[in-house]
Structures are given as structure tokens and as C-alpha cells.
Design a protein. Sequence first.
Lengths: 261, 385
Amino acid sequence: MPNIVVLVKQVPDTYSERKLSDGDKTLDRDSADAVLDEINERAVEEALLIKEASEGEVTVLSVGPDRATEAIRKALSMGADKAIHVSDAALHGADVIQTAKVLAAAIGKVDGVDLVIAGNESTDGVAGAVPAILAELLGYPQLTHARKVTVEGSAIKVERETSDGITHLEANLPAVVSVGEKINEPRYPSFKGIMAAKKKPVETLTVADLGLSADEVGLASAWTQVLEASPKPPRQAGQKVADEGDGGVKVAEYLVSQKLI
Amino acid sequence: MSFVESEERIALRKAVADLGRKYGHEYYLKRAKANEHTDELWAEAGKLGYLGVNVPEEFGGGGGGIGDLAAVCEELAAAGCGLLQMVVSPAICATIIARFGTDEQKRRWLPGFADGTLRMAFAITEPDAGSNSHKLTTTAKRDGDGWILNGRKVFISCVDESQSVLVVGRTEDAKTGKLKPALFVVPTDAEGFTAHRIDMEMVSADWQFSLFLDDVRLPADALVGSEDAALAQLFAGLNPERIMATAYAVGTGRFALSKAVEYANTRTVWKAPIGSHQAVAHPLADAHVQLELAKLMGQKAAALYDAGDDMAAGESANMAKYAAGEAVVKAVDQAVHTHGGNGLTSEYGLGSLLAASRLTRIAPVSREMILNFIAQFSLGLPKSY
Ligand SMILES: Cc1cc2nc3c(=O)[nH]c(=O)nc-3n(C[C@H](O)[C@H](O)[C@H](O)COP(=O)(O)OP(=O)(O)OC[C@H]3O[C@@H](n4cnc5c(N)ncnc54)[C@H](O)[C@@H]3O)c2cc1C
């Protein structure tokens, strides 16, 4: 009966145009629709699959501004049991190390955690470092980039897939797992799940509630900071080839000129 | 008064829109053109409880209202893969059975509506009784405990996809000998029941049928509720039908409009995208206004209906259906036009909506019959027919 904590993050929808704010170059959250990061939906799905196979409880944990409740509700409507939401203005501009510290402190509030599941990287920050840092802080083994997870009693097995190939990992619980795109297909929330989500407990905590001080977190004390950013260049108009009987040849010439063939 | 939907309704819309995106218009057209249905979509939506949101919880449904069901219908249509039978099976049939069925009928049928495994068509229209339902001739005679049903129906949607059809017939009043309406659940495999597909020119994954009922023998409990409640049953079922027709039309209109906007923002013939020409932009803005107005009236009708005010819901539901029928025709027309020649290509798929978008003007009641109703009951003008 594993007690699982799933880390979820609200990110700007990848379908909308994402921007950094002019002032401190942090994410401009108002410029885009906010959604539950898709990789986190997969993390939630994996937690639910493990829970459905052997019972247990799934707690969703999110560090983010007030509106992150929408992402939390989505995870609850998929079937997670309860949530912890760390929301504090002091967290504005927090880097991956600070975020991992806050997560570790919040996980400390959950009794008897067996497994922490995260996405391998978010679609906004794309650092891909939080799961590993978190595992260090908690002193748990880390099994990252999972494409398959099996829990058997107090042991966990993971197929790890990276560009280097596939590695088979095994560890004892408690552990931190991060999942990749191939892990599963997340479910759609059912209508009953949506109706039930509102009644599930969401505990809201501040940085102080976690025993951390405001100057340990946030932009001012962050180890990384964005100094400059430029928008990605607009896509250039493509080259048009008029087919005057020699279209095929011209396309081939173009591909050769680009060293593609 | 609130003009904002509940958090749950908004979450439901998002979830359904996500499911709709997985299937989409291309899937729908492929199926329709291959002479096939969209069963997987129906089954998946059913399993998620989206088709039974309005069925009472004690029978496995979502315990929500017709407003929730309309939201599901609209979002699927807005994704380009509307489920036509939502207008009928969960909206008319499940509502009538939930409100008027015997306990045994509720236990037998409602769980199937709750998860979409039961699909029921609805048959009122007859060859000689379209807009004029007083001329219905399908008649049930007593046969011992049960009934024998005879008659013809036409334009009945989704009969081949359904286990049964809720048939509006008439019975003879024992005392006066006068005919009065009565509703029967007729299994599609009953002896004496035949269905012939009608060739239609609209591109649709759901089909229409002519029904022949020749001495169809039915058990006593095929009659829904009591023999005297049929008129109340019809009123109870037809408001949801109009609310759902509104949602289907608004969703279809939204789909066409979003395609048009995308195209107008990217297609450049002169210096700037064609959307910068007001002759292109204004009709699209107008279509958006009309769709939003129809949607709002549909939401009003649903809110009144869910609050139990059938009478007030009736007027709003009729107005909403009228407005939605006009709005979707204009939205599709303008979307096709915005695409120029591409509006009629198979690649863009909009031409396929031209005939289908006219459905809401005609069915379940034509716009003229709605205007007749409004003229007579809302304005107090003389009856014209
Ligand atoms: C795709 C499709 C699916 C359908 N699905 C179903 C279904 O599942 N179940 C079902 O029972 N029916 C179904 N119908 C039937 C539909 O409800 C009828 O077509 C509709 O009620 C109109 O009836 P009618 O076709 O007989 O037209 P008619 O009644 O013959 O009307 C023809 C025209 O005359 C006008 N007219 C009639 N009387 C008046 C008047 N008094 N004043 C002014 N104008 C008038 C009408 O507005 C219309 O324009 C479906 C129809 C279609 C096209």
C-alpha cells in the first residue's frame, strides 16, 4: 500500500505564446493560459495505476502561485486523494535548488512517504534537475527518466530511457522517480472525478509553515537568474519552387545544398 | 443571477474538449465518408460518464443537470466530432424515464444511459405528421396485458446504433374512444419492426431511418410510466431536446468559426492576412456574437429547466434553438466563404458542414413552428394555422 506523493506544476500552455516579463525576466504568467504540465499528468497517471494495483494513497504536491489550484484540481479530478499547495509571494523567481528545498520540506509534512513521482522536466523551465536534487535532499535513491515503473513490496524497478539507451534500475522504497513521455497515456478526468475533486482536501502552506525563511527562497537569493532574453526569431518564409517539369530535380538540389542528402 | 459557469462545469468543458481533440473533425469525416459511425468516441465518452452527467446518481449517473449535458454536447461539436444522438438518447429518453418511468423501468434502463452502453432513439415524426404532431397515426391497441403497435415513422436518427426506440404513439381512451398520446420503448429487434436507411445528402456519421411497425407486440411495461402522463412526458423530454439541439449547433458554429479565424489570420493575398480586411473580419465577429447569444439563451433555458421551471424553460429553449439554428448556418456559411476556394475542398473539410449545419433550422422543430409558438404564446398574436 504505497503512500505516493506526485509533484505537479502549472505551466503556460505550450499552445499559447510564452513570454518572460520585461522587469525581472521571470515567467510572465498572465501572458498565456495556464495548464497542468502534460508530463505531470503522466506522473499522476502512474501514481494512480500503482494505487489501483495495490491501494495506497496519492497526494499531489505543487509549489506555485494561487492559480495553481486549477492544476491541482485537475490532478484531483483524475483521481488523486488530496493535495498540498505551497503558495507564497516570497517564492517568486525561485530556482531549481530552492524549489527542491521547498518540495523536500513539504514532503516532510506527509506521513510515511514511500514514493515520490515527478515528471522528468517541465515544459517551461526545462531544467530537468528538480527530481535529482530532491532525491539528494531527501536522501532517497533516484530513478529518473522512467519509461516503465513496477513496485513490488518495498522494491521498485524502473526502465530508464535516455539518449544513451535503456538502463534497468532497482532500488528500495522510499524513492524518487521521474517519468518520461513514454510512461503512459494519462486518463481524462471522469465527470464523477470532476465533481469529487472540489470536496477533496487541499492544504495550503506558506514558506514559514515549512520552517523555511523567506530569504532562503525567491529571486534575490537564487543561484540562477535570467539576465537577458530575446524572442525567438520569426520563422523565415520558405523557398518556393515552381514546378516547370523539373520540380523533382529542384527539390533534390535544394536538399543537397542543405546537406540533407 | 450568475453569468459564470461553475468551476465543475468549466472543468467538464475542458476535459471534454481534450477528449474531442483526440478524435477531431478529420476522424469524424473519415468515418462519415466511409459509411461508418463514431462508436469509439461514444463508448469512451460514455465510460468517462460524460454521456450520463444528467442521470441521477443512484442509477450510476453524474447527478448533474441538462446544462452539464449540453456543455458536453457543445464541446464535442466544437472539436468537430459532435455526437448527434446526445440530443436524443440521454437528453430526451433518459430524462423521460428518470422523471416518469416506474421504479422497475428506471432500474432497467437508467444505468445504461449513465455509462452510454444503452442507446435509445426517439421517434415522433411521421410521413404525414411532421410539424403537426396532432396528426400522428401510430396506434397501440391492448393485447391482453400488453400492446400491439402499428404505424410508420420517418427521419428517425441512429436506429441502427440503438438497442431500442422510444416511440410516440397513441392509445384509445377506454371511455371516450378518443386517441391520446402514449410513449413506448420498442426494441429494435422486435418482430414486426423494420428500419430502412434514408439516403441523405449531409455528411454525417449518424443516419436517419424510416420505420415500419407492423403488429409489433409489446409487453405491458413497454409503456413508459402511466397511460395518462404522455403529454407531460413529452413536454419534459422536448425542452432538453431543444437545449441540446442548441448546444450541438453552437458547438458546430464554434468549430467552423475557429477554422475561419485561423485561416483569416494566416492567409495573405495582398500585404497583410485577409483577416485585416473588415469585409472578412466583421462577418466573423458577427457570427461570434450570434453564437454567443444563442449559447447564452441555451444556458438560461438549461438553468430554468434544472431549477424545475418547465414552463419558463420552454420559451427560452425555443428561442435558443431558433437563434442557434440561424447562428450556425451563418457561421458555417461565413467560414466557407472566408476560405475562398479552399472552403469547398475536401482538405479543409468545411464544405461537408454546409448541409449538416441546416439541420438545426429544420429539426427537432422548424424555425417557422418556433416563430408560430413565440408569436402566439409570448406575444399573444392569433394562431395562424
Ligand atoms: C437529420 C434529421 C434527423 C432527424 N431526426 C429525428 C429523430 O431522431 N426523431 C424524430 O422523431 N424526428 C427526426 N427528424 C424529423 C424532424 O423533426 C422533422 O423533419 C421536422 O420536425 C420537420 O418536419 P417535416 O420534415 O415533416 O416538415 P414539414 O412539417 O412538412 O414542414 C415543411 C416546411 O413547412 C413549414 N411549415 C409547416 N407548418 C407550418 C406552419 N403552420 N406555419 C409556417 N410554416 C410551416 C416548416 O417550417 C418547413 O419549413 C429528423 C430530421 C432530420 C432532417
